[in-house]
Design a protein around this ligand. Structure first.
Ligand code: ADE
Length: 318
């Protein structure tokens, strides 16, 4: 009897403290899909101490996912149990008992991913339909009809600040995210940033480097040079990725290093090449980005430094 990775869970993963009955979950639609994973929107009955129905997001695996993807999902589960911060996505429960797919139940972020949020905001001036809706004060109710959102420079700084706060917390508890990017930050109610996607996150111990064992999916354009060449992942390599994330923020969700193939990136970075200052990016903000992209990891700021910096920049903004 061959169980797929979807149902094959070691007994010890079932944690009564977090286990949620699958029959109290009704799946509504797909929110997003990766190669082997899927995020669904669902309604959960009596979850996380709330009575009645709540909208939640459910992370699960596709049928063709293997051992590795299951291991990543379960490792994300273990990590999410340990974290608690307003800028980190919250775990609500999980369904891991045999007889069905593995579900991680996480809080639903009503505005979706930061990358999509940024890209949607670009069309505001030109999209006549949305403009008309705004004039008539019509607010779409559903996630698949995103709410109208205009982005101000202050909001960009606020996002950068919130993400630095969440990452500073992760540094404090000695976690390295390894996949920080706008696609992995969610925007919740009140435009609160929630760092998510902890599938690649690892605990760090002894020296604070994590050496990646084998090849997997690699987000090359977000990776620090030392991660590319030596598979070294630290809070300092997360800071490099954070610099790319700021670039994504100011370009309203553009794809980094346009026109550059990933094969040539490492050599370019080693020889000092960096993305230029985007249009509409202040010199001060570009300076922060560039400091995150110091070749020497020790010369990069800490997330705590970055949080303080953005707090100051926010104060200066009117
Ligand atoms: N897409 C992926 N995860 C999500 C979540 N937790 N809420 C809303 N959209 C999502």
């Amino acid at each position: 009897f061959d169980l797929t990775a979807m149902t094959r869970v070691n007994r010890c993963e079932t944690d009564p403290k977090w286990e949620f009955p699958r029959n109290q979950l009704s799946i509504e639609q797909t929110l997003g899909e990766g190669e082997f994973g899927r995020v669904l929107r669902a309604r959960a009955f009596n979850i996380g101490g709330q009575s009645g129905y709540a909208t939640v997001a459910v992370k699960t695996l596709k049928n063709d996912a293997g051992e590795r993807e299951l291991a990543d999902l379960l490792s994300e589960y273990q990590l999410l149990k340990e974290v608690s911060h307003p800028n980190i996505i919250k775990l609500l429960g999980a369904s891991t008992v045999p007889g069905g797919p593995v579900y991680l139940i996480i809080e639903f972020a009503e505005h979706g991913s930061l990358r999509n949020y940024l890209r949607r905001s670009r069309h505001l001036q030109t999209d006549i339909h949305i403009t008309t809706n705004r004039l008539h004060n019509i607010t779409p109710e559903h996630y698949d009809e995103p709410k109208i959102c205009e982005i101000t420079p202050k909001e960009i700084l606020s996002f950068a600040w919130q993400i630095a706060n969440g990452m500073s917390y992760l540094s404090d508890i000695k976690l390295v995210h390894r996949d920080l990017a706008a696609r992995n930050v969610l925007i919740g109610t009140g435009k609160i940033c929630k760092i998510s996607d902890f599938g690649l996150t690892r605990d760090i111990y002894e020296d604070d480097a994590y050496f990646k064992r084998s090849k997997g999916r690699v987000p090359v354009k977000w990776m620090a040079p030392e991660s590319l060449s030596d598979h070294i992942y630290t809070n300092k390599s997360d800071v490099w990725s954070y610099g790319i994330l700021i670039w994504e923020l100011v370009t309203l969700g553009a794809s980094p290093y346009p026109g550059i193939v990933v094969q040539s990136l490492f050599h370019l970075l080693k020889t000092g090449y960096r993305m230029e200052r985007p249009e509409n990016c202040s010199v001060a903000l570009y300076k922060v980005m560039r400091s995150c992209w110091s070749l020497d990891p020790e010369k990069r700021p800490t997330f705590s430094d970055l949080s303080i910096k953005f707090e100051k920049m926010l104060e200066d903004e009117v």
